[in-house]
Design a protein around this ligand. Structure first.
Ligand code: E4P
Length: 217
């Protein structure tokens, strides 16, 4: 399973990259605003910085909600760097734009997906990635992991190549359960990745090894 970090924070991106397990980055307009990155030019410049900080795919979201606007913005984003994946909202214009970019060989990520039917449409439009938001479903007492499992089954039934990018991951258990289901990718905060390092038996075991080593030296 690929690990993407869901942030526009360069320090956190670098920390995950330094760990050696990072496969890419996802961002969205809210994450950009959280870092104080506003204005079209600053946002484009920030995407370029993110691409320099990582080796893998970087999802950059269009703001337009009409087809022509999505095409113009998506092309501008894709021209920044070959790592850029054009992120499109799950609306009719987004699906149409997804088909346009897929046909041109430009990578796409259909975002804000909350149902199997939406995921099916994204796959049929040739999306590189589909982003079901599992945490936001859990937030409204709906089983987000079941949605990931259902999309996995439908994609496997027909051999769709679209990668399931489990998004809105909030914690380490989300990561582990996505891996059990067979999600292709997960994107979450830095803590959902570094949290996987932790186990008290690792800490106590290492302390004992070091203590015993000192005794013999
Ligand atoms: C996905 O690409 C989104 O950026 C993200 O995962 C949304 O997560 P949130 O529900 O924690 O905002």
């Amino acid at each position: 399973m690929k690990f993407f970090i869901d942030t526009a924070n360069l320090d956190q991106i670098k920390e995950a990259q330094d760990l050696g397990v990072l496969d890419g980055v996802t961002t969205n307009p809210s994450l950009m605003a959280k870092e104080g990155i506003t204005g079209a030019n600053n946002i484009l410049e920030h995407y370029t910085k993110i691409c320099k900080a990582v080796e893998g795919d970087v999802s950059a979201e269009v703001i337009a909600t009409d087809y022509e606007g999505m095409i113009a913005q998506g092309e501008e984003l894709a021209a920044l760097n070959p790592q850029i994946v054009v992120k499109l909202p799950m609306i009719a214009a987004g699906i149409k734009a997804c088909k346009y970019f897929s046909d041109k060989g430009i990578k796409t990520n259909v975002t804000l997906v909350f149902s199997v039917g939406q995921a099916l449409l994204a796959a049929k439009a040739g999306a590189t990635y589909v982003s079901p938001f599992l945490g936001r479903l859990d937030d409204i007492s709906t089983d987000g992991l079941q949605l990931i499992a259902d999309i996995r089954q439908v994609y496997d039934n027909y051999g769709f190549k679209t990668q399931i990018l489990s998004a809105s991951v909030r914690n380490t258990m989300h990561v582990i359960n996505c891996a059990k289901i067979g999600s292709d990718v997960m994107t979450g905060p830095l803590s959902s990745i570094t949290g996987l390092l932790n186990h008290p038996l690792t800490d106590s075991g290492l302390a004992k090894f070091l203590e015993d080593y000192k005794k013999g030296n």
